[in-house]
Design a protein around this ligand. Structure first.
Ligand code: DHB
Length: 373
């Protein structure tokens, strides 16, 4: 996006290219994210391989209900296309354009953030130490990155919630047994049926917060998935596992998202639990706002959008934080919860699947609210 605006940039990454291209993450793009990739000229493979979805199923109490997003959210849809594939497309395009992109750097540090020439320093893969004097630094370095801690504690506020469960994700060589994603509430715990292609399924299972992969041999995973998704005459299609991983669940927001010439984006400054697949989409929304802010700042000397960056992004971040928390708490079994909790969850699920107003609330948040301009 900066290159399209004629602004030079340097991208440094501590991991290897192979690691970035193999790491499995979520796989659902809001329509605004799809549009963004189109406008960036990055949609060739997305158009060919992405699977457009016009709704989801909600399953509870042994019933499966369809929510039709095209009808409820003004024709808007979502697209199944893995984050890993987006990353591959970004890397390939950057290298093809001759853009500066370095992998396997170490010793990264940022300084001079409250000056007009902040400095990024790092050790390149060949061992040489580099110092880059920048106009702006974009901290897109994830929750464990160095950029957020570079903002003084006295100016930062943090909101945080851990959930008492985790997700076990299994990617399997098996055609999905469903045309659209199934979000399933079950007495044994939540389950989600999603997919990567028409040949590869991705399924998630609520497990204990301290669960270890060794506790979950494949046979146990499939048995739990079959039990939670069970409907008469229908079953999960099983196949050889390609990847199994456990993801912790957390909500986290750190504000402001900007300090001087440092702008944070994505997981570097906010984390959502995976339910609803907002993480990647929020990061894309952040950088959409950032690209315009940097353009105004550097090409026109106009600071207004840079000054508004944090508040502009946080409005969407809090909406998605609430939505992810709501989907998560509506669908998961809380260990040691009293029977009242499950009764309230079921009432909410019944409401969302019978009231058009409630269904619209879910749909417009799921496809992305507000729609990305
Ligand atoms: C996927 C992940 C999610 O968390 C979700 O809500 C929907 C889809 C996925 O990996 O495809």
């Amino acid at each position: 996006m900066l290159a399209q605006r004629g602004i030079d940039s340097v991208v440094v990454e501590i991991r290897s290219r192979a690691y970035c291209e193999a790491r499995q993450r979520a796989g659902l793009l809001e329509d605004g994210s799809v549009r963004l990739l189109h406008e960036a000229g990055l949609a060739g493979r997305l158009d060919a391989e992405g699977l457009e979805h016009g709704g989801i199923y909600l399953q509870f109490a042994g019933e499966r209900h369809h929510l039709d997003f095209r009808d409820l959210a003004g024709g808007r849809t979502v697209t199944v296309y893995a984050q890993t594939e987006v990353v591959k497309d970004l890397i390939a395009r950057r290298l093809a354009d001759g853009g500066h992109l370095e992998f396997e750097v170490s010793g990264t540090a940022v300084s001079g953030l409250d000056t007009r020439a902040p400095v990024l320093s790092y050790t390149a893969a060949d061992g040489s130490r580099r110092e880059i004097s920048c106009d702006v630094i974009a901290g897109c370095d994830g929750f464990h990155g160095i950029c957020r801690p570079a903002i003084p504690d006295r100016v930062r506020t943090v909101w945080e919630r851990d959930y008492p469960y985790a997700w076990l994700g299994i990617m399997a060589e098996a055609p999905p047994a469903t045309d659209e994603l199934i979000y399933c509430h079950h007495a044994e715990g939540f389950a989600l049926y999603t997919m990567r292609t028409m040949q590869v399924s991705k399924l998630y299972l609520q497990v204990d917060a301290d669960a270890r992969a060794e506790d979950w041999p494949e046979a146990r995973i499939w048995a739990a998935l079959q039990e939670r998704f069970a409907l008469p005459g229908w079953s999960v299609k099983e196949g050889p596992a390609l990847d199994i991983a456990i993801t912790p669940m957390r909500s986290f927001v750190s504000a402001p998202m900007r300090y001087g010439r440092l702008f944070l984006a994505g997981d570097a400054t906010h984390i959502v639990p995976p339910t609803g697949a907002k993480g990647l989409n929020l990061a894309m929304a952040d950088v959409t706002v950032l690209a315009d802010a940097v353009e105004d700042l550097l090409l026109r000397g106009d600071e207004r959008r840079a000054d508004a960056y944090s508040d502009t992004c946080l409005s969407r971040v809090w909406r998605a934080t609430h939505f992810s928390w709501w989907m998560t708490t509506m669908l998961h079994r809380t260990p040691e919860a009293d029977p009242m909790e499950a009764a309230l969850q079921l009432s909410q699920l019944r409401y969302v699947t019978t009231s058009r107003a409630a269904a619209t609330t879910l749909a417009e948040n799921y496809v992305g609210y507000p729609p990305l301009r």
